[in-house]
Each structure stands twice: as C-alpha cells, then as structure tokens.
Design a protein around this ligand. Structure first.
Ligand code: FEO
Ligand code: CA
Ligand code: CA
Ligand code: CA
Length: 643
C-alpha cells in the first residue's frame, strides 16, 4: 500500500462504528483463507456449523489454469478487436441482419419497426448457447439467445433530433429492444454462420405479448386500462444479462426500465404509488427517449401502473417459438442485471440476481419445488413458488440471506405491505426494511460449477463515501469506487439453498501499477493485467473465472476487455487479459460452447460517444456505421480456449 497519502487511506467502518484500515481487512481475510486452505488439506472443515465436503479439485485445477499470452490493453481510440496470440475473432451477426426468409435486408435509410422486428436487434448483451438438438451437449449447432438491451438513436438514425424523435424512430427503437433467437452452426472448417431459414429464429420486442405469473400477477398495481386483469404485458425492455435454466430456457433481465417512463410528477404525491415509483427512479418530467409522446403507456400521468409491469425476470423458451414469454414475479422487481441458476443438493432451484444501481442489493430466489431432469415440462412452474432472499454481508466475513416474506419481520400491513405480491412489486422497499447491505452496483452473480462458490460482481459506485451517502463497509471497502470489485461467497455446507454464508473479497479492480488499493486474491500484482468495471462473468470447464468489463475506457483509460483468472490453487488471482474490444463499446456475453472451443462475445454500443453524422467507430466492417454485433473467438488450431 506504499505511495498512498494518509488522507487516501481506506478506513472501513462497520455499523458498530469501529474502524479498520483496508490493509487490516485484507489481512484478516487472508488469514481466514489460509486457515480454510490448511484445514481443507487435512480432510474436512466446519464452516458456520456445517461440514463442507473434502474438495477433490486442487490437483485438477492447478493443471488447468488458463494458458494464453496476455493481450496488451488497447487505448480507447483503438477501433479493432485484439485477441490473444493463436486466436481469432469473426463477426457472427450484426444489428439489422435479417432473421427470417421474408425479413428485409438491413437498410439504414429505410428503417421500419416492422422490418426491425424480424431483424437482429440493437445493443446485444446476454448471450446464451442452447445446443441442438435439445438435451444434447452439441457444440457445433445451437440456438443463440441474445438480449438487446437498449438503443442509441443518435447512432441509428440519420438526422436524429434528440428533442424531436419521430414516431417511426421511436417505434423502430421499441422493436430493436428485447431478444433474438437465432440458430447458428459451426462448419467443419470452424466458421460459424447463422441459418436464416431456421424455425427457431425470432425476435421479442417492446411490443411482444408476455404473460405474468407468480405472486404479483393480477396485483391491483399491475392492472392498466389496456389490461384490466394485470396479467398480460406488451414487451420486455432493457434486457441486460440473464441466465440459462437447467431445463433449457432463458431468463432475461429487465434492468434500467425507469428510463422509458415519464411524468411521475403528474401523479399526486399523496398517491401510494408515487413513493414506490420514486424509489425506482422514475423521471419526474419528460423522459430522455420521449416515447411517451407516441405511447400513452409510458406516461405515468396517463397510465400510472404500466411501470409496475417492468423490472421483472422473464422466462423464454429458445426451443419452442409458440410458448409465450412469462414475467416471473416471484424473483422480485428491481433493475435486474441477470439471474443465474444453480440446483441445490436436494433439487431446489436457486437463482442469484442483483439490482444494478448504486447502493442496491444482492438477492437469491430458492424454489419451493425441485428440479425434475426427466420431465422438462414439470419444471416450467418452478420459478413461481419459493422464497426470495436479500443478502446481508456482516463485517466478520459471515452473511445471511434475509427472507422477503409477507407477514414476517417488518413486512406487514403496518408497514404498508398487503400481500406477498405487494412485497414483490415493492421489492426494494422490502429489502430496505430488512436492513440488507447496500452494494456497489451488483452486476452478474454466478456459481462456479467446479468449486461451487458464488461470485458477485460489483461494477463501481463513485458515490460511496461522499457527503450524505453511505460510507464504506467491509463488503464495499473503497470510497468513490470507480473500478469495481468481486466478492466470493461460500454458501453454508456448499448448499445454495442455505440461509447463511461466508464471504471474502476476491478482486479489487483497477490498474495495479497506478492504484495501491487493487487486490487480486493475494496474487503478485506486478504480474496481472489491469482491469476495471467487471460486469458479465462465466466459467470455463476447469472453473476459471472469465470476466467481461463495461466502462474501463473512462476509469483506467483502456478499452474494455475479457479476462481469465484462476479461482483455486497457486495461480488464484493471476488475472490475464484475453480480448480487447473496440472504441466506445462494452463487452457482454461471454458464453462458451459446451466443449469450450468457441467463445461468443457481444460487442455492445460500439462507437458510443459519436453520432450517425460524426461516427467515432466503423466497427465491425471498417466502413459505414458502427453496428452492435456478436462475434466468435476460437483458436487457429481449434484447441480448447485457454488450454
Ligand atoms: Fe446493463 Fe448492469 O449492465
Ligand atoms: Ca451488464
Ligand atoms: Ca454470466
Ligand atoms: Ca454495466
């Protein structure tokens, strides 16, 4: 920690008011880790009163750390993808490419919502590979499920006027949101392509019909003039990341939905809905996108309940185009980044999901029923019944999952909660009442399939520790956290349905050559790549963590990247950059094929910061407009990536 001014020294304060320096906290965590490691080496270890099975991983993992040459980080002006030596990247599918035989070819000068609803959408985020046929472990053919999080109209339309978007532009934008399903195939020479004639191909947009299920279905606040039952919604919006269920569906996350709504101040402040909309960040006046000018449902003054129908997790079946998407309200309502699924030892299904806003919370849902691997259809109601929990990270490295159950603790009528559905519609307020830990913007949260630990990605929070804002705590130990961090959770007994856990800091991101507060699981920082703003993660077959970033150009002055880092063994924390993205973009996905010989990467908002008339990127085609696209990465010799 040399080179730090006294005033910059991180002091961690708990709710009890004691203070510890950052070095002390890290040292404490490291001692705990060493204790666990030495105990594991003997046989078993008792954590929080339960016995953890003896891991049989150590040998396999030291033999399978990612092997590739680190990419040199690229400057924010670089408009070309760079991958590690021995690998190559190819564009698979771009914004606007036709998904059906009758879809028009992309024509930027003649865009319509009708055309866009049959073409690949904008700003691809989540990428899920679903092997074909269903039930196989195929790596050469599958359905790619891709989220289209949002639109950059200033890059999409010639002559776009921020103050006066046209009806056609707004409708194209709504149609460019949502999801795409597209069948893809790898040829024997390794080249991937999509099949325009596949029966699996389709789009879901901000206009598509969706059902609502679970405890908040039919809630009075979900009823609108267009849908007096509160059970059918038009569209899904701001689909950021997501997750894959063991029964082969996708969970797509409605994240920053507040930005589509307008005129909260048209609702009386005494109306009980006002405070809830306020807590969810609805704009007081007009929205930046101005969709409300053409669609009343986005105007809270005219349709006060439409916004309650967004902010959910939506389950969609990539394998069955006839199945209606369903908003699963049991998983709560907030700015969902993603929801990733793990099956607990007794078969209960566990979904980890975070609320990506400053000082918001980490959640998990545990199903009441159990997963049935022999009957796909039997699993479709699993996400409707169960318990939603919110995380409390204690300063001593323990943690608790606090149940958001109507009638329990403060979640009663006295405090304004009228039913379980009501608790879910107001999830943020319920979590406030329980005293959950306010985090530094939870992004992806995913279970390592090899060591069973859960990795919680926190992308940044520059407001922590500022005046009138929450200060640091041990789980969020840096004030003005510009670079983000990752927490590693061990559920009690390695049971993901448990209600207690232990945790430690895995990564404090940043450029280690300039930032003494960085931490790479204790690994020698002089050997690692700089990284900032972790967002999406995945794991390879060996349990190494792969991290995609969003925002590094602003925080450490490099393009965003993909990084691999071992989570176990002597190389734990030895983080290396594998991939560098292009100017103005963030990186999403990432997703491996089951054989780990291909990696899918979404390049979102290339050229953000420019305009249609004055672009700062021409990626991916080195001419014309920047176009959000999904790319593949493979080795020239087809090896398993990182082996
Ligand atoms: Fe859409 Fe949380 O990133
Ligand atoms: Ca994200
Ligand atoms: Ca992920
Ligand atoms: Ca992000």
């Amino acid at each position: 920690m040399s080179g730090m001014d006294e005033k910059d020294k991180l002091v961690v304060r708990s709710q009890a008011g004691w203070g510890k320096t950052f070095e002390e906290i890290v040292a404490q965590r490291l001692q705990r880790r060493d204790f666990l490691k030495s105990s594991l080496a003997v046989s078993t270890v008792v954590v929080a009163g339960t016995v953890v099975a003896k891991p049989e991983l150590a040998e396999a993992q030291t033999a399978s750390v990612p092997r590739f040459g680190a990419v040199t980080p690229t400057a924010p002006e670089v408009d070309e993808i760079v991958v590690s030596d021995g690998y190559y990247s190819r564009t698979l599918i771009r914004w606007g490419e036709p998904l059906t035989p009758d879809a028009p070819e992309f024509d930027v000068w003649n865009q319509t919502a009708e055309a866009q609803s049959r073409q690949f959408g904008y700003n691809c985020d989540f990428v899920g590979f679903y092997p074909l046929p269903f039930g196989s472990n195929a790596s050469n053919r599958g359905v790619l499920a891709v989220n289209h999080e949002y639109t950059n109209p200033e890059l999409m339309f010639p002559g776009y006027d921020t103050d006066n978007p046209t009806r056609n532009q707004v409708d194209v934008e709504i149609a460019a949101h949502g999801m795409a399903m597209v069948e893809i195939e790898r040829a024997p020479d390794g080249a991937w392509s999509y099949n325009r004639n596949s029966r699996y191909n389709r789009r879901y947009t901000g206009f598509s019909g969706m059902a609502v299920s679970g405890p908040a279905a039919n809630h009075p606040w979900l009823r609108t003039n267009a849908d007096p039952t509160g059970s059918t919604v038009l569209g899904t919006l701001n689909n950021c990341a997501g997750g894959k269920t063991p029964w082969g569906t996708v969970l797509t996350a409605e994240e920053n939905f507040h930005q589509y709504f307008a005129n909260l101040d048209g609702l009386a402040q005494g109306d009980p809905r006002y405070a809830v909309h306020r807590r969810y960040g609805m704009p007081s006046e007009g929205s930046d996108r101005k969709w409300e000018r053409y669609h009343n449902r986005f105007d809270i003054a005219q349709e006060s309940n439409e916004a309650f129908r967004f902010g959910w997790m939506v389950e969609i079946d990539p394998y069955d185009p006839t199945r209606t998407p369903i908003k699963r309200t049991a998983l709560g309502r907030f700015r969902h980044e993603a929801a990733t699924i793990t099956v607990a030892p007794n078969g209960q299904v566990v979904a980890y999901t975070g609320d990506d806003a400053r000082f918001e919370y980490v959640y998990k849902f545990v199903s009441a029923g159990t997963y049935n691997p022999d009957n796909r259809e039997a699993n479709f109601g699993l996400l409707d019944e169960g318990t939603l929990y919110v995380a409390k990270f204690n300063d001593d490295g323990s943690g608790e999952w606090l149940p958001l159950v109507y009638g329990q603790g403060p979640l009663t009528a006295e405090n304004g909660f009228t039913s379980q559905g009501d608790v879910l519609v107001k999830t943020r307020l319920a979590a406030d009442a329980l005293g959950a830990t306010k985090m530094d913007r939870p992004e992806d949260i995913e279970t390592n399939p090899v060591n069973k630990k859960v990795y919680v990605v926190l992308t940044n929070n520059t407001r922590r520790g500022r005046e009138n804002q929450p200060g640091v705590d041990t789980a969020n130990p840096r004030p003005k956290n510009a670079n983000g961090h990752i927490i590693e959770i061990s559920e009690a007994g390695n049971n993901h349905a448990a209600t207690t856990f232990t945790w430690e800091i895995f990564l404090l991101a940043g450029n280690p050559s300039e930032d003494a507060t960085t931490y790479f699981a204790g690994f020698d920082k002089s050997q690692v790549s700089p990284i900032a703003n972790p967002d999406n993660i995945t794991f390879d077959l060996a349990g190494n963590l792969w991290i995609a970033t969003d925002g590094a150009a602003r925080s450490i002055n490099f393009n965003d990247g993909i990084f691999a880092v071992p989570t176990e063994g002597a190389q734990r924390g030895n983080l290396k950059q594998f991939f560098a993205a292009v100017r103005g973009s963030e990186i999403c996905g990432p997703e491996f094929t089951p054989d780990n010989r291909a990696l899918f990467v979404a390049i979102q908002h290339p050229g953000e910061g420019g305009t249609f008339e004055e672009p700062i990127s021409t990626w991916p085609d080195k001419q014309g407009l920047p176009r959000p696209s999904v790319v593949t990465v493979q080795a020239f010799d087809s090896r398993i990536i990182g082996r």
